[in-house]
Design a protein. Structure first.
Ligand code: RUQ
Ligand code: CUA
Length: 653
């Protein structure tokens, strides 16, 4: 026994040796291959990438901007989290962006960015992203790359099937992952079944300004609404949501939410519901949620509390909502570019289920139902099935499209991306990912017009792919060339936070519109000054307002006296540069917040509580010129009772 076992090991290890020798023997071949791959991702110094990728930050609460194919990170856009690098959420102007009905919240968990569309094609005007924890949707301008608006979503919890947009950006849609009592009440948790509701919110987007407003919320049965996608082209007007926990269990979901062989994809005819509410349908429910808007001209955000939301009870609008049975706790819910196929990825199955939109309409027409749930008709699985992909993979999660009739699905458990053909359902190619892939992205890959060329997979586990950095590693993304029949792995690159989904777009659609600086003559900030000569210091009781200018390489005023312990000092600072890429920073010793990074033409405000008597410096934090180190000033802080008058120096006077 023992000997034969040893013998087996010997054989295995020698054959392993042969294999590795063989690899070594092929070295010249391999490096030729590698150099051609290197060329495919090489962006020469000074040249630009061909695509932008906007990758969600997950538990960073933010959104990061990358270039493809290089995998270089260009920017982190603060969205739901305070960001000391720029002062977002610390400056007086941006604090209101993080206001909610729970008060000021400095963090969230962001998952699914989606770029605005016109006629189903990415138009590059805005990008939306969801806050998962304290339900919110943000809209980010793709001219300034700044968060312009955040709307809280009431009656929701775990805002996960969000933020996906319809093909003319009519709506950005947000669905609840956790059902909750609506409205919230104090009830025993085991009364979940039948009592808790899942709110699906349709947030209207203004065509010109992008301004959001909740148009209606559908109060669905208490399932978990996991992911969603709009119908497009022929299925435009519908929205599809995967559900799990149709068992409506409230404990040990790991077991109890996997009892039903099939959960549902909820198909929602939003056009029909829109018509219904436009004609006075729905019920107004008292609520309380924050709507925060940043104004590019005042450079200031305001937060308004909204007190009412329009709810729709599915029972009141028959014919608008149907359930499509879908095997094994589906996660991803993806619609192909033609709008014909709705793909549900049962995360506990090996196969993908593809529903047919035309068959769905036909079954609805013929009223062929297989029962109902809470009054919502359930369609017959066989009647609506377009086909299934026998993939041979395990744990399918998400699917994107290349516009050439192919689909690409990630498999978490078997760590791979599988390419398959729409219509024939045959598997064409499969490539491993390193490791445990979640989402994947193709530029335009969830629109009517995918741009193809690249696909990148966002992996959950990194392990040995990079130099170790202690117990925590950044997640790893992998870029593949998908222009040929077979996917070709080109590059690993690290991503920041936990990338869930990402949206990518050809750079040409965005880069010409990218703002270079803010015009000073358009600055409507109430504390802005238009030239350094207008600098002043004004006392209003205990509040001291400093109207300050910054320009290479000095602050005006640079020295201020007459401030006292117990005052509250506001530095209202205007950057007087009118040139691309010349921000200045501002930091005050002992300030209980971060620096401010102020863009040319912009005004921002830092609050400082002087606590100690003495002379205290401030300085510019951004190396802006040869004399950056000279960009500094002092504040003299006198005792509470002192009668030293306010005074300041104007440009060296
Ligand atoms: S999820 S790994 Cu938050 Cu989109 Cu599927
Ligand atoms: Cu301004 Cu350094």
């Amino acid at each position: 026994m023992r000997t034969s076992f040893k013998f087996l090991i010997l054989i295995l290890s020698t054959s392993f040796l042969f294999v590795s020798c063989g690899n070594k023997g092929n070295n010249s071949n391999k490096s030729a291959l590698n150099s051609s791959k290197a060329e495919k991702v090489y962006v020469a110094p000074g040249e630009h990438d061909s695509h932008y990728a906007f990758i969600s930050g997950g538990y960073s609460g933010n959104l990061t901007v990358y270039g493809l194919p290089s995998g270089r990170m260009f920017k982190e856009i603060p969205v739901f989290s305070q960001f000391p690098t720029t002062g977002y959420g610390y400056s007086e102007e941006t604090k209101p962006m993080l206001n909610t009905s729970f008060g000021q919240i400095p963090w969230d968990d962001s998952h699914h960015p989606d770029i605005s569309q016109t006629n189903g094609v990415l138009d590059g005007r805005w990008i939306f992203i969801n806050g998962n924890n304290t339900p919110r949707i943000a809209r980010i301008s793709l001219t300034t790359f700044e968060t312009e608006e955040i709307i809280e979503v009431p009656n929701s919890a775990g805002n996960h099937s969000s933020s996906f947009i319809t093909e003319n950006t009519e709506y950005v849609v947000a669905g609840t992952r956790f059902s909750v009592p609506v409205p919230q009440v104090d009830v025993p948790i085991n009364e979940y079944k039948g009592k808790f509701k899942g709110a699906l919110s349709f947030i209207k987007v203004d065509k010109k300004t992008g301004r959001m407003g909740i148009k209606f919320q559908i109060l669905m049965p208490g399932f978990n609404y996991d992911l969603s996608h709009p119908g497009r082209d022929k299925s435009h007007g519908w929205f599809f949501f995967t559900t799990y926990n149709t068992e409506e269990s409230s404990t040990l979901l790991e077991v109890n939410a996997s009892q039903n062989d099939k959960d549902f994809i909820a198909a929602i005819n939003w056009k029909k519901i829109e018509e219904y509410v436009d004609n006075g349908g729905g019920t107004k429910m008292p609520t309380n949620y924050a709507h925060n808007v940043y104004d590019e001209h005042t450079h200031t955000a305001t937060s308004t509390m909204v007190k009412e939301v329009l709810t729709v009870n599915p029972a009141d609008i028959p014919g608008a909502i149907y359930f499509l049975p879908t095997p094994k706790s589906p996660h991803g819910c993806d619609v192909d570019p033609t709008g014909e196929y709705i793909i549900g990825n049962g995360k506990l199955s090996a196969d993908l289920t593809i529903h047919s939109f035309p068959k769905m309409l036909e079954a609805i027409e013929n009223k062929k139902f297989d029962g109902e749930a809470y009054g919502i008709p359930i369609l017959n699985y066989e009647d609506i099935l377009a086909g299934s992909v026998k993939s041979g993979g395990l744990g399918p999660l998400h699917t994107e499209f290349d516009g050439l009739g192919n689909a690409y699905t990630t498999f978490f458990i078997s760590s791979e991306v599988v390419k398959w053909k729409l219509g024939t359902w045959e598997v064409i190619d499969r490539k491993p990912t390193y490791y445990s892939v979640g989402h994947l992205t193709i530029p335009g890959g969830n629109s009517r017009k995918p741009f193809g060329k690249y696909m990148f997979a966002m992996n959950k586990i990194t392990k040995d792919r990079y130099l170790p950095t202690g117990p925590e590693l950044e997640h790893s993304a992998q870029l593949y060339d998908i222009s040929g029949d077979k996917m070709e792995l080109l590059l690993d690159f690290p991503t920041h936070g936990e990338p869930h989904y990402a949206a990518a777009i050809p750079a040409s659609i965005i880069k010409e519109n990218s703002k270079k600086f803010y015009r000073l003559d358009e600055n409507e900030h109430p504390y802005a000054i238009k030239s350094p000569g207008e600098a002043k210091v004004v006392r209003e009781g205990k509040d001291v307002h400093i109207y300050m200018s910054m320009i290479r390489s000095h602050f005006t005023p640079d020295n201020i006296e007459g401030v006292k312990v117990g005052d509250k000092v506001y530095f209202h600072i205007t950057n007087h540069e009118q040139d691309f890429d010349v921000p200045h920073g501002f930091a005050m010793i002992g300030a209980n917040n971060s620096e401010l990074l102020i863009m040319p033409g912009q005004t921002k405000t830092l609050t400082w509580y002087p606590k100690k008597v003495g002379v205290w410096p401030f300085y510019c934090t951004d190396f802006c010129s040869a004399l950056h180190q000279e960009m500094q000033g002092y504040i003299r802080v006198s005792p509470k009772k002192s009668d030293i008058k306010l005074s300041w120096s104007l440009d060296g006077e």
